[in-house]
Design a protein around this ligand. Structure first.
Ligand SMILES: [Zn+2]
Length: 307
């Protein structure tokens, strides 16, 4: 188990502090990150995913859209290709085993058949025997991007249906075993969305930075450093912190100027850098509120032998 320490109680439940456990507590388990766009995972979970992989998870990435509008490149075809290359790089730097690109049209995921999307996720969750999912909060407030909430809702339903053999029984007949997802981490993507898990990403900061730097196609995000380096060179100047090559410049720019939000999130919890998630444990919200423990305690105290 990770080292969880209760720190405060909120209307979303107790906030747990999460730190790296080098004993590989998740050995043998499978993680699927379900994102809509190439930048979702790096910004929300780059540190957590690197930590979970080092804690033993076999991780996979499932991307729902083709990112065709994500980035300043005028050509739509070129934008898709460049984002695909970024995702391949993201998979590399985080130690993820494979990416599955579902290829739905960017900003138009709400035109896709909800049942087809859910079925494709159920197939992958069963095929990979996924234990844990990281994705959007399906019910998060202030979410304006349909790709986000459509992905989150399809993934949430697929998590439990993947374990129900009567859903898509032909998959089961074909030898794909039903398998329920046990626990979930939802992203805290917009201000006001809940979180109950604060992860110390200080131990995995290099991978966090590398994951953010992998995101080159979507405008300045992962390539700010090289742009600044080029601008200064044109002016006959340089900043030594940007190093001598483009990739170093991108990563050092992120290290010095791109991590403010993660520093701010860590501060109240005594961490240098943190990511926030809403963690839903096995069994869902009832267990999270302690109902199961209270029930078991009541049974232990009050159950009587049958006559
Ligand atoms: Zn997104």
């Amino acid at each position: 188990m990770s080292i969880f320490g209760y720190r405060e109680d909120t209307t979303h439940g107790p906030v747990q502090l999460d730190r790296y456990d080098s004993s590989r507590p998740h050995e043998g388990k499978v993680l699927a990150v379900v994102q809509a766009h190439a930048d979702d995972l790096p910004l929300m979970s780059g540190g957590l995913v690197a930590k979970l992989v080092d804690e033993g998870y076999a991780a996979y990435l499932i991307q729902t859209t083709n990112d065709e509008k994500c980035g300043p490149t005028p050509s739509i075809g070129d934008t898709i290709r460049r984002n695909e290359e970024d995702v391949a790089q993201l998979v590399d730097v985080l130690g993820i085993r494979a990416a599955f690109n579902l290829g739905y049209r960017n900003h138009r995921l709400d035109e896709a058949s909800p049942l087809e999307l859910r079925c494709r996720l159920i197939f992958l969750f069963r095929y990979l025997q996924v234990d844990t999912v990281i994705t959007f909060n399906p019910w998060g407030d202030v979410e304006e991007n349909p790709d986000h909430y459509v992905t989150g809702r399809a993934a949430e339903a697929a998590c439990w249906m993947a374990g129900a053999g009567k859903d898509y029984p032909e998959q089961v007949q074909a030898g794909i075993k039903p398998h329920s997802v046990a626990d979930k981490y939802y992203w805290t993507m917009r201000p006001g969305q809940p979180y109950n898990l604060v992860t110390d990403i200080g131990t995995h900061l290099e991978q966090k930075i590398a994951s953010m730097s992998a995101n080159k196609a979507q405008g300045p995000a992962g390539s700010q450093g090289r742009r600044l380096r080029a601008r200064l060179a044109a002016e006959g100047r340089k900043l030594s912190l940007l190093g001598d090559d483009d990739e170093t410049a991108d990563r050092e720019y992120i290290r010095h100027f791109g991590l403010e939000e993660y520093r701010r999130m860590g501060q109240p919890y005594g961490m240098e850098y943190a990511e926030y998630h809403y963690y839903v444990p096995r069994g869902g919200y009832a267990v999270h509120t302690g109902l199961q423990e209270r029930l078991e305690r009541y049974i232990a105290e009050h159950a009587e032998p049958l006559d």
